[in-house]
Write a protein that binds this ligand. Structure first.
Ligand code: NAP
Ligand code: FE
Length: 367
């Protein structure tokens, strides 16, 4: 017997040139746009130019905030809120990787609720946001179709979901902006998408529709493996990675992620390991830790691989780090992870602090 809810309120438009073609839709969201981007990439890959031209064609005013850092902090979101409030913006267009799009969501909530500041944005309730339009330029986070926004909380010394449910109103997906992405960012973000697919699949909240997204996402991701190994990416491969990432977002929007995501936050916060890689370096031992391996084995089959060993080989090639860790650090991270009840609850088997430490230690100390 089935019992579940599946929610996907984001309008998704896919295709080369879709921003300019669909520019008219931007008018629905107001008279002044707030473009939120990182420091460099959107100015180089054509995405900012296309958005600006689409806005100008519709005579929509805009202002730009171009200081979002990787793993954006609550403080940066507050600074951007101040500028957006002063400029009287009606809606936000987040362009970039997960960092600017997640920041756009946090900024949107703060502008809609101006009493909120860095210290109070994460407040345990879900408040409204200005409308968000997402233009992803990495194929990894799926944030263009999720309600999540991950912020660096320096006071808590970790990364946290802000907790407000902010699905973008519109996601505009054009793989052209990814053509010049360096191989390391491509691989790291692709591994993030893979980890969303797998953590949604091996999850107490997985259901028929989330699994449907995962199964197609794994098939598409599997078709990109040769390119990820060689570092050569055609438009078709870029588009397949983007679709896999968006499908993964549609899946985790409904199931959430699980252990590797919760465990990876410490590796990013304390050691600066990029998000996708931080999950990926834990993956072989996360998958080996399952007592029930039948659904784990399905993952490699859905990827089009002959065996689980083949998947482990690929993960070992794509995901490694030269950063060193001590046993004591990893014990601390395991304690931290145990306080992340939401991620622990999504894991379909019981695992204790020692089990989590073992995944860290086998992955990062080689024992
Ligand atoms: P990112 O932090 O947004 O960007 C990483 C790097 O890639 C930056 O240097 C960025 O440059 C560059 N970049 C972006 N697009 C590029 C392109 N087309 N070509 C060349 N370089 C490009 O990376 P991300 O992995 O996409 O996002 C990670 C964040 O998303 C983390 O905070 C993570 O926790 C979060 N996340 C959110 C969700 C969710 O559902 N909301 C899910 C998973 C992860 P610039 O800085 O110059 O733009
Ligand atoms: Fe992720």
């Amino acid at each position: 017997m089935m019992k579940f809810m599946y929610e996907m309120p984001t309008q998704v438009i896919v295709g080369k040139g879709c921003i300019k073609e669909q520019g008219k839709r931007l008018k629905e969201y107001g008279q002044k746009a707030y473009i939120v981007i990182g420091r460099h990439s959107a100015k180089k890959n054509g995405s900012l130019k296309d958005v600006v031209e689409a806005l100008e064609a519709q005579a929509i005013n805009y202002t730009i905030f171009d200081e979002i850092e990787e793993n954006p902090s609550l403080e940066t979101m507050e600074r951007a809120k101040d500028k957006g409030l002063a400029e009287g913006v009606d809606f936000i267009i987040g362009i970039g990787g997960g960092s600017p799009i997640d920041a756009a969501k946090g900024i949107g909530v703060m502008i809609a609720n101006p009493h909120l500041v860095a210290d109070t944005l994460i407040c345990g309730e879900s408040l409204n946001s200005l409308p968000i339009i997402a233009v992803p330029t990495t194929a990894g986070t799926g944030t263009e179709v999720t309600q999540y926004a991950i912020a660096t909380d320096h006071k808590a010394q970790t990364k946290k979901n802000i907790g407000h449910k902010v699905f973008p109103k519109l996601a505009l997906l054009d793989a052209s902006y990814m053509m010049d992405m360096p191989a390391d960012i491509t691989i790291g973000t692709a591994v993030d998408a893979l980890s969303h697919l797998v953590e949604s699949y091996l999850n107490v909240r997985s259901n028929l529709l989330s699994d449907m997204c995962v199964e197609k996402g794994l098939e598409l991701w599997g078709q990109c493996i040769d390119s990820l190994l060689s570092g050569y990416f055609t438009y078709e491969v870029r588009e397949n990675l983007l679709m896999a990432s968006t499908l993964a977002g549609m899946a985790i929007a409904n199931t959430g992620t699980s252990l590797p995501h919760g465990m990876g936050y410490a590796l990013t916060y304390h050691k600066g390991i990029p998000h996708g890689l931080a999950n990926g370096v834990l993956y072989i031992h996360y998958l080996r830790a399952f007592k029930e391996q039948s659904k784990v084995n399905k993952v490699s089959r859905l990827l089009g691989l002959d065996s689980h060993e083949a998947l482990e080989k690929i993960l070992a090639i794509l995901c490694h780090t030269s950063i060193t860790f001590t046993e004591e650090e990893l014990r601390g991270y395991a304690v931290e992870m145990c306080s992340n009840k939401a991620k622990l609850q999504n894991h379909p088997e019981t695992i204790d602090e020692e089990g989590i430490y073992q995944i860290y230690a086998k992955s990062l100390l080689g024992k």
